[in-house]
Design a protein around this ligand. Sequence first.
Ligand code: SAH
Length: 238
Amino acid sequence: MNIERLKKGLAGLQLPCSEQICSRFERFHDILDEYNRQMDLTAVLDEDERVDRHDLDSVSVLAYTAFPEGARVIDVGTGAGFPGIPLLILRPDLQLTLLDAQQKRCVFLQEALKRLDLKARVIHGRAEDAGRDPGMRETYEVVISRAVASMGILQELMIPLARVGGKSIAWKGPKGLEELESARRAAFVLGGRLLDPVQVRIPGREDWAHLLLMTEKVRPTPAAYPRKAGLPAKKPLA
Ligand code: SAH
């Protein structure tokens, strides 16, 4: 991988970059390549694009909002581990859960964590079920998700998992601005309050208009939510 590009990007975001961090990113790229040959894990990007669009995009959140030390964090629909694994590489103190509905991705995630010598919980399941599971519902300080669904749907997958006083963070492209109204309305129903969108700058990619849409959890989520698996997408709240 292009390690210089990663180092420059992290420095530009004022994030740390130790030997161990670099080596874990390198190993993560190697494992992705290896598994991508056998299964369709994630879009194959050239080396530089992968550093920018996957690694730096995932960790850039740390430059914009605080993750408390040792916080319980869940990545909803993590796929090949984005944004969860890059975040864990920078912040191994986090108690991270990686959730995905696809079994093959969970197998990959377990293997990746083992080879990176990082600890996280991998759960094969749907966010709608996790949101009704007493061991998970309203237990996370931070709920994160990238490229899983539009905001009217995503809010119902994320907010029930956040504890009151916690927050959810959705990674969005420029079109995220069109989803603000539905994000706000769905958040209100679910006990959340949508914050102003945050524009993210990836060093060297200032032309990109990435957004973080964050919601504060201000009240408990009503018992009716999340609805059963599939319904949030079929009949979005907003
Ligand atoms: N977050 C990753 C993957 C995005 S692809 C990235 O940014 O690269 C979307 C992923 O979400 C897929 O792996 C899919 O299995 C998962 N997913 C979609 N709906 C889900 C749900 N309701 N619960 C859990 N996972 C879901």
